[in-house]
Design a protein around this ligand. Structure first.
Ligand SMILES: C[S@@+](CC[C@H](N)C(=O)[O-])C[C@H]1O[C@@H](n2cnc3c(N)ncnc32)[C@H](O)[C@@H]1O
Length: 234
């Protein structure tokens, strides 16, 4: 799998947060969906795919006080930042530096009550992503929940283009106009590559794919601009 988060984008990922006014709400909604599903359980293992520097992980840990979190990322820089950022939760979090599919393929089935991810699966080409989704299904316990917050393109192309333009505008306003020209440029290129039809996740197709794999009741539970949160059960 190509690594897309080394270099400047990885080093200054925190600036990305400023570019998206709905960043916090997005992270919190992912974690809330997991906690709503796992309410009443004693201690429960959850898995996060693509933790980056840890924003999704932190919300998952804050809102799931009885959860033990395993968070996977293949970028050493991101794992180092997450170690630092999640220090106060060190007794409840295991950071694993590994490729996501490799990790899933090496796990036994029916282990986790929840699998969550933020802004990660859209980086994959569709054939790798399908293998990952099948892996997620396998490692979930029966009735376990999968929550993915990510870029899901709206099925209406005009709406999708308007969302795309809005996101670019945010990068220009919050990065370039504050002096971070190179970073703004890097993110715009990254966004352009995300539109590659080999990668782009369209909302309706993505829900159908989950159903085909066997997930129960996949649905969009939240959307703001390019970002949507999809939830489904095993
Ligand atoms: C955009 S970041 C998301 C970080 C965080 N979840 C958030 O919402 O801000 C995506 C992360 O996925 C990781 N990643 C991408 N492809 C991966 C793969 N195949 N295996 C492991 N990690 C991967 C990247 O290194 C990066 O840290």
């Amino acid at each position: 799998m190509t690594k897309r988060f080394h270099g400047k984008i990885g080093e200054e990922y925190a600036l990305f947060e400023r570019a998206y006014t709905h960043f916090n709400e997005f992270q919190e909604r992912i974690a809330k969906q997991v906690s709503k599903h796992c309410k009443g359980k004693k201690v429960y293992p959850i898995l996060e795919l693509g933790c980056g520097p840890g924003p999704t992980s932190k919300k998952l840990l804050m809102l799931n006080k009885k959860a033990i979190l395993t968070a996977v990322d293949n970028e050493p820089l991101m794992i180092a930042q997450a170690e630092d950022y999640l220090q106060q939760y060190e007794d409840r979090v295991y950071l694993v530096q590994r490729d996501i599919l490799e990790y899933l393929d090496n796990m036994p089935g029916s282990v986790f009550d929840a699998v969550a991810s933020g802004w990660t699966l859209h980086n994959f080409d569709s054939s790798y992503r399908e293998k990952v989704l099948r892996g997620i299904y396998r490692v979930l316990k029966p009735n376990g929940i999968f929550v993915n917050g990510d870029k899901y393109a709206q099925d209406d192309a005009d709406k999708h283009h308007a969302d795309f333009n809005w996101s670019i505008e945010q990068f220009v306003k919050k990065m370039a106009e504050k002096g971070h020209h190179q970073l703004c440029y890097d993110w715009i290129i990254h966004m352009g590559f995300d539109e590659d039809p080999k990668r782009l996740m369209k909302e309706r197709e993505s829900l159908s794919e989950l159903e085909r794999i066997g997930f129960i009741s996949p649905e969009v539970i939240w959307r703001k601009r390019m970002e949507a949160i999809v939830s489904a059960r095993k």
